[in-house]
Design a protein around this ligand. Structure first.
Ligand code: 7TS
Length: 426
């Protein structure tokens, strides 16, 4: 083991950060799960996060005591379900400091949120020759919807490059903005591969000077740091509940009210209409205009519980804890001979998402070996193939951390990587 014995244990962090990771771990039943006699080390949080019992109990309580469809029943349990659903919307609005709950549209996740913007706002605002600026570190969810739109509208994509140390190339961005502009800039707040936190506030300010709208893919930021949409002044912001202790199948599109007002519906069906006649219909006001059919009621209420859970700990504390954990991960892993770690080295400029390769061991082989030690990581292209091309690799192994991960788990990862090297005779 290459880690220093004198490094403070998480328990000791309580005094400096008032962050009791041992107590937090008690809230997550799955973290006690054993595989082949070993407790799992769950290090795949960029893919999805685990759920605290507060969220699980909220879902069980909903299905046990007041499961009913919303916005339509005038009986008690339907009113309770509607009230809990709308209370969740209000909590989420407050969590990201939206102007009002009407700016919060419930969707399935980040992917659906981005498709909604592309198909509703994009289809009505882009035309032949218009540009969309995105970056080389985007997740496929923030690439493919725009490719589909460009194909239909004869618009085009303009990519901002990245530097060798995993940052966006700021001068390239300025050049892309100045060279015949763009109707939209769409950028991830934090990379799901490199961990890089992008300077979205400044990017939005500059985009607005060129009359471009900005969408922030916040799938990897809202769960890990305070995000204030009014401070950022973003036009759209998308995130997923399942990456922030909430259920799967629920996510959020935030958009400025005037944009939601101006946008046509995305899906048609029940609940999004005001009146339906044989040949034409009228729509409800946002956000309901964008929430057709029976939505994921339990998911929204569960996401509200996840927001309560994160709030009670504090997003600033979570960010600081993860920043220190990132420092520990980078220090520990960089001691392994033959390892290539991707992304910025400064923990203040990145998140606890660490992608790496060791020698010529294939990422999938590495993940399989780590699994033998009950360590859960992801390997592959992480739905970011253009970034893999830029890095000159076909795949990486990725360990990604959350508020319940510990330095002991980092130590386990480092030991297991050393074991992999021995197995592969490196
Ligand atoms: N954008 C980013 C930056 C992401 O990391 C992800 C998911 C998405 C969008 C899509 O989110 P979804 O909830 O709609 O699927 N990222 C990952 C990942 O890194 N591994 O699995 C999913």
């Amino acid at each position: 083991m290459q880690t220093s014995k004198s490094t403070p244990r998480p328990k000791e962090r309580v005094s400096t950060l008032a962050f009791d990771v041992a107590k937090i771990r008690e809230d997550f039943p799955i973290l006690h799960r054993q595989v082949d006699g070993r407790t799992i080390a769950y290090l795949d949080n960029a893919a999805t996060t685990q759920k605290p019992k507060q969220v699980i109990d909220t879902l069980v309580n909903y299905y046990t005591n007041y499961n009913a469809n919303i916005h339509r029943g005038i009986y008690r349990i339907s009113e309770e379900a509607t009230a809990a659903h709308e209370a969740a919307r209000a909590k989420i609005a407050q969590f990201i400091n939206a102007n009002s709950p009407q700016e919060i549209v419930f969707v399935r996740g980040t992917t659906e949120a981005i498709n909604l913007v592309a198909q509703s706002w994009g289809r009505h605002n882009l035309g032949p020759g218009d540009g969309i600026i995105l970056t080389q570190m985007e997740h496929h969810s923030n690439i493919v919807p725009w490719q589909l739109l460009c194909r239909e509208k004869h618009s085009h994509l303009k990519y901002v490059g990245i530097t060798d140390d995993g940052h966006l190339d700021g001068s390239d961005y300025q050049m892309q903005l100045e060279n015949d502009g763009a109707k939209l800039v769409t950028v991830s707040h934090a990379s799901n591969v490199l961990g890089t936190i992008n300077p979205v506030r400044e990017m939005i300010r500059d985009a607005h000077k060129h009359n471009s709208r900005v969408l922030v893919d916040a799938a990897q930021s809202v769960p890990h740091m305070p995000v204030d949409v009014q401070d950022l002044d973003c036009d759209f912001l998308a995130f997923s509940g399942h990456k922030m202790c909430g259920p799967t199948g629920i996510g959020v599109l935030y958009a400025k009210k005037e944009l939601l007002d101006s946008m046509p519906p995305f899906h048609g069906g029940g609940e999004m209409i005001r009146e339906v006649h044989m040949y034409e219909s009228t729509w409800k006001d946002p956000p309901y205009k964008f929430e057709a059919g029976t939505t994921n009621i339990a998911g929204a209420i569960g996401l509200g519980a996840a927001v309560d859970y994160l709030n009670q700990i504090g997003m600033r504390k979570i960010r600081l804890y993860e920043q220190e954990l990132t420092r520990y991960v980078l220090d520990s892993l960089s001691r392994i001979k033959g390892i290539s770690i991707y992304g910025p080295r400064d923990p203040t400029q990145r998140e606890a998402v660490v992608s790496f390769n060791v020698g010529d061991i294939h990422a999938h082989d590495m993940a399989t070996l780590l699994d033998e030690d009950a360590i859960c990581v992801r390997s592959g292209h992480h739905c970011a193939q253009p970034l893999m091309e830029r890095l000159g690799v076909s795949a990486t192994t990725r360990a990604s951390f959350y508020l319940y991960n510990t330095e002991q788990e980092v130590d386990r990862l480092a030991e297991s990587l050393e074991r992999a090297k021995r197995v592969f005779k490196l």
